[in-house]
Design a protein around this ligand. Structure first.
Ligand SMILES: [Zn+2]
Length: 110
């Protein structure tokens, strides 16, 4: 579940997108490299490649979505609020279940 990087030579078509390491190595996050190859151009610094299923290591093209920084934070805010809503629904259900269990105990003991 973590981002993979690939090492590219300086003559690579997409080396402009690479991070340069102190030892001179050039590396590109694999998901950005795959999207760039798909589009046949370098990505801009504002472009973000989102992993649709949330798995950062799943770099199949079908799992990748090209978006920009502002839309990307919207996507993640929405994912976060959906998660909170699911948690609240589960919690409400368990409160109801606990109440039902308590009522059953009371009626069994009479
Ligand atoms: Zn994302």
């Amino acid at each position: 579940m973590s981002i993979k990087y690939i090492k590219v030579p300086s003559y690579d078509l997409y080396s402009d997108m690479a991070y340069k390491y102190k030892n001179g190595e050039l590396r590109i996050p694999e998901h950005r490299y795959i999207m760039a190859q798909h589009l046949r151009r370098c990505l801009t610094s504002d472009e973000v490649v989102h992993h649709k299923n949330g798995d950062d290591s799943d770099n199949r093209l079908s799992n990748l979505l090209l978006t920009d920084k502002s839309n990307h934070s919207k996507i993640h805010r929405k994912l976060y609020s959906d998660r909170i809503a699911r948690w609240q629904a589960r919690r409400a259900k368990s409160v109801v279940n606990a109440e039902l269990a308590r009522n059953k105990l009371l009626s069994d003991s009479t």
